[in-house]
Design a protein around this ligand. Structure first.
Ligand code: LMR
Length: 333
């Protein structure tokens, strides 16, 4: 097979972890960048994970993926982020039963300072960074602040998992296929305060609120179910979501490299004050990608007063997380 395209080099931290295990094989198979795009994988783990990482790399070899050109295994961030096009920051201490994602601020914050610096010094200037490790919005902000040479617009955190969860909840309630649900943006923080905006959502060609007319269910059951879904998975599985999180990483990156035809998607990006959100935080907004691959916030959505209130609460939480984390880490705004 003749490969005409240069490989896209993708770093994945926490590569031997549960999400990594569900993610790497899909990247290597072409699910993220397409069936004719070669990829090179820089697998990053902490020292104690290197043995398991070797096994993961062996399994990648054993798949004989035609698109996979190289596997780098390292615990050295300067090697791991060298010349990468994408940095998928998956590795972090996951939350356990009884914790909120924000409880991880102090534990994981330092890690993202180190990773941001290493990306700044080693990655391609065009690198794009997706943060998955929680609390992902604030970790993303920390990495962004630690990488001053990389434009802020190249940093993303993940709420696509929440959007996918929300779409399925509505589809099941309405008794339709999930592909019928569109226009569903999850706003704010990837935390229980996030707001899945059912008012702008469509089911088929109708407004979701015309199909599901029980507004109390939408407000009091649907919204908290989406916000607490990560906890429900931890309670049921004894471990946090892995395959669905990996799937959402694939969806996020694929839709950031593909010009949008139709539906927008939820991505946490740097706010410039759109829809009244505080500038300078990483918050979830409705995103489309234009023909040359540049993302933008979708304009002109009407937000109800209730939606505005919920979104404002979630963004206030992000301001508070920033205050706590930046205080602990000695970072300035
Ligand atoms: C999730 O939403 O499943 C992940 O962010 C893991 C968690 O702690 O909830």
């Amino acid at each position: 097979m003749i490969m005409k395209k240069n490989p896209i080099r993708v770093a994945v931290t926490g590569a031997a972890g549960n999400i990594g295990y569900a993610l790497l094989f899909r990247i290597a198979s072409g699910a993220m960048f397409g069936p004719d795009q070669p990829v090179a994988l820089n697998l990053i783990e902490i020292e104690p994970g290197m043995g398991a990482l070797k096994g993961v790399a062996m399994e990648l070899d054993d798949c004989a993926f035609p698109l996979l050109t190289e596997i780098v295994q390292t615990s050295d961030l300067s090697v791991g982020f060298k010349d990468v096009d994408w940095a998928l920051l998956v590795g972090s201490v996951p939350r356990k039963q009884g914790m909120e994602r924000a409880d991880l601020l102090g534990i994981n914050g330092k890690v993202f300072v180190g990773q941001g610096k290493a990306i700044n010094e080693n990655a391609k200037p065009s690198v794009r960074v997706v943060v998955v490790g929680n609390p992902c919005n604030t970790n993303c902000l920390i990495a962004m602040k630690s990488a001053p040479n990389i434009p802020d617009e190249q940093f993303f955190a993940m709420t696509r998992l929440d959007e996918n969860r929300a779409k399925t909840q509505l589809a099941q309630k309405a008794g339709v296929a999930v592909k019928e649900v569109s226009g569903l943006c999850v706003w704010g923080n990837h935390s229980p305060t996030m707001f899945p905006d059912f008012y702008n959502t469509k089911i088929g060609r109708q407004k979701a609120t015309a199909v599901i007319t029980d507004e109390a269910w939408l407000k009091d059951t649907f919204v908290p179910t989406v916000g607490q879904r990560g906890k429900a998975i931890i309670d049921a599985r004894g471990a946090s979501s892995a395959a669905s999180a990996a799937n959402a990483v694939v969806d996020t990156v694929r839709d950031l490299v593909t010009p949008t035809r139709g539906d927008y998607h939820s991505v946490c990006v740097i706010s410039r004050g759109e829809y009244g959100t505080p500038s300078g935080i990483i918050t979830s907004l409705p995103i489309k990608v234009d023909a040359v691959g540049k993302w933008r916030v979708v304009e002109g959505l009407r937000l109800t007063d209730y939606a505005k209130e919920q979104i404002a609460k979630s963004n206030e939480e992000l301001l508070e997380e920033r205050k706590v984390a930046f205080g602990q880490l000695g970072l300035s705004l």
